[in-house]
Write a new protein. Structure first.
Length: 453
């Protein structure tokens, strides 16, 4: 469409995830301008904006000469990922966050429910409110042939854990409610996750984080052993084929469930905000706290992939016209309705009324099952508007910090090292990265990124 409207010629370069950041930074550091724009992960901002690599777009947004969209369509949790120190750089596209997907039919089955209560002593909650309940349910279903799609035993939870393929995001989302001390404000002890906001000392090896990783090790035993080496598509397809009760991942799964050429579970693919741990670590008292009313923790886990114009582009106006065309309401809704696009919901016109502007018919006409889409959009609305939130790491070196975490997590999940060894090693390397980049500089960027005052 853009080529027809403008007469321009569009060249798209597709790269594997593992090469994307490296090739982008090579082009930017050399100033070659080979690419006019990049689809970036928000966690890369710390490496591209302070160095002057990104082109600010606020002036383009106000001229009235380009397709119109606005940051006001986003929840604040996503809006902050598209700006830097109050200046806009990112063009609306994708809203990433992880939610829980589960088999509505399996968890509602009276026979399974009766058997679960007999074995575990409590009624199966639908959806599970705590990670501990989810582990019980996963263990209960794992190894049983609870799905009629084939005669083989099925699994509890499937995960995508392959190193270098975004497997570390599972740990981030799951560990938040283990490792965050909830409170009304963000301070040195409350609502922090990555570093101590007073000195940049890593929190990643806190007892809460270690407990979460040990829990993830247990949870992954309720799925196929091969998942340690699985990327997104392999884990998603396993769930879509009806082979696991649970997967927690991005919005792609909910929309892919509606694609009957790939999915066997349209109509029984339910969604909810992620469970919370019934026990969390208090960073102030240095003790674990058991709670009967765990706080829901929202997240923007992932990249929220969106276009950023290179400051070396020879064609910033034309580039912005393309990116803004993809951001307008009709295009954005269509992209979010179709799972193969990789674009997930998060904007006002994608949520159902009364929380948003979309009507149920918009999704039914696009082939969605009614029960599925209602659950799906409710889960994302609750996730992005949660009162307690997993802070987003968006500072210089974020890619490097996460890369070492990813490698150590993989070593843990494959049984090479313990959870504590993995996170202690991560913390040690993070200290080295921080010192190399400059602790005072990193502290300032970190405080700004998480809103510490």
């Amino acid at each position: 469409m853009w080529e027809e409207l403008t007469g321009g010629k569009l060249e798209i370069v597709e790269l594997p995830f593992g090469e994307h950041y490296t090739k982008m930074m090579l082009d930017l550091r050399n100033g070659t301008g080979q690419y006019d724009a990049f689809m970036v992960g928000a966690f890369w901002y710390g490496d591209i904006v302070p160095n002057g690599y990104a082109f600010p777009i606020d002036d383009f947004m106000t001229t009235g000469e380009y397709p119109q969209w606005t940051y006001d369509s986003m929840p604040q949790s996503l809006k902050t990922l598209h700006t830097w120190e109050g200046v806009g750089y990112g063009v609306l596209n994708d809203g990433d966050g992880q939610v829980l997907y589960y088999r509505r039919d399996a968890l509602a089955n009276p026979e399974w429910r009766a058997q679960f209560k007999k074995e575990y002593g409590y009624s199966m909650p639908v959806p599970p409110k705590t990670w501990q309940q989810m582990l019980d349910i996963s263990n209960f279903f794992n190894g049983k042939n609870w799905d009629s799609n084939d005669p083989d035993p099925d699994s509890g939870t499937v995960l995508h854990l392959k190193v270098g393929e975004q497997g570390h995001y599972h740990f981030q989302s799951l560990s938040a409610s283990f490792a965050i001390t909830p409170g009304p404000e963000l301070d040195q002890y409350h609502n922090v996750y990555w570093f101590d906001p007073t000195n940049m000392k890593p929190l990643i090896n806190s007892p809460g984080h270690v407990a979460a990783l040990e829990f993830l090790q247990e949870l992954h035993k309720t799925g196929p052993s091969a998942q340690v080496g699985w990327s997104l598509g392999e884990a998603w397809d396993y769930f879509l084929r009806g082979k696991s009760v649970f997967v927690f991942s991005w919005g792609d799964v909910g929309s892919l469930c509606q694609d009957t050429s790939r999915s066997k579970i349209q109509g029984v693919c339910a969604s909810s905000i992620l469970p919370s741990s019934d026990t969390y670590y208090d960073h102030e008292t240095k003790k674990f706290v058991k709670t009967t009313n765990p706080v829901k923790v929202g997240n923007t886990t992932g990249g929220s992939w969106h276009g950023v114009i290179s400051n070396y582009s020879a064609n910033p106006e034309a580039t912005y016209s393309l990116l803004s065309l993809m951001a307008i309401k009709p295009a954005s809704i269509w992209l979010a309705q179709n799972g193969w696009t990789g674009v997930d919901p998060g904007f006002t016109y994608q949520f159902l009324e009364p929380q948003g502007e979309a009507g149920l018919g918009d999704y039914l006409d696009a082939g969605w099952a009614e029960a599925d889409v209602k659950d799906y959009l409710k889960a994302y609305y609750e996730t992005f508007f949660a009162d307690t939130f997993l802070p987003y790491l968006r500072i210089p070196g974020s890619f490097e910090y996460w890369d070492i975490l990813d490698k150590n997590l993989s070593a843990t999940m494959s049984g090479e090292i313990s959870a504590k060894q993995a996170l202690d090693s991560t913390a040690k390397t993070w200290e080295q990265i921080t010192d190399r980049l400059g602790r005072d500089q990193q502290l300032g960027y970190y405080q700004s990124a998480i809103g510490y005052k």
